[in-house]
Design a protein around this ligand. Sequence first.
Ligand code: SD4
Length: 326
Amino acid sequence: MSNRRDFIKKTSIGALGTIVSSSASSTNFNKENKNSMSSTPIVISTWKHGFAANEKAYKLIKKGSNSIDAVEAGVMITEADPKCTSVGLGGWPDRDGNVTLDACIMDHTGNCGSVSFLQNIKHPISVARQVMDNTPHVMLSGEGALQFALKNGFHKEDLLTEKARLKWQEWLKDSKYKPIINVENHDTIGLLAIDQKGNISGACTTSGLAWKMHGRVGDSPIIGAGMFVDNEIGGCCATGVGEAVMKTLGSFLIVELMRQGASPQEACEEGIARIVKNQNYNDMQIGYLAINKKGDHGAYAVHTGFDYALYQNGVNKMIDAVSFVK
Ligand code: SD4
């Protein structure tokens, strides 16, 4: 891994020359990687529910699974958990009471699949996997994604739990769309893994922002926004207000920064710098996780409160991410 001086040298003369000027605007760029060690296999994922997802994914990898199977199986744990109110079953609905799901998956060959605005299917990540494996396309959306899922053995289910319905009805009283940082606008699971062969895959799945407009799609199913992997370099996934991530194509940006020599931590910090530079970040949370090929990781958020699960060297633990606003 190049040091910071190499990184600046490369980026100032390279295709990503603009990185330097925008980095200069970030007061948080020149930080060491905290908590980071080079070791694989590794599984890393967003938020507290990532802990159980990591358990599943890491155990599969230890048994010899490849990373693409592990990331899918890992996030399926969260999708099936009705207590998780921003992913799959139990996700809080849009303003009209519909649970609409977005997901994407990407493997070490650069192959990828995604679904957006999918309803009534508990495991959108597995539909995304089938789009990747069994179609010539990358993304299927809405009714077409549902038809594809039903034709391929998935079953329709009502994903609006009683708890989520009551929450929605409470929200309807005022119908005010003002997400509360770290309460209403997070909980997507993004999960990245490197298997025993050193191959990197990623998965990302969500019910999106609660009380969103019907038809709204966020960053999570957009390859390069909600998640991106490049097996030569590393991977990144995002959580939080998807619009901000989409405007900066955050996950692709962060992987490209690592290609230019940034550590995962530096790259995540620059990804957040690009957001706070131009957007009003007071009321929005965004968090990034990144890993490089060696198994170093980085994490950074706009505000405090973003935590993530890291399984490395046989230990699964929760870590609080550092943030732009302290
Ligand atoms: C979205 N990024 O739909 C998702 C929401 C999210 O943690 O991440 N919640 O914008």
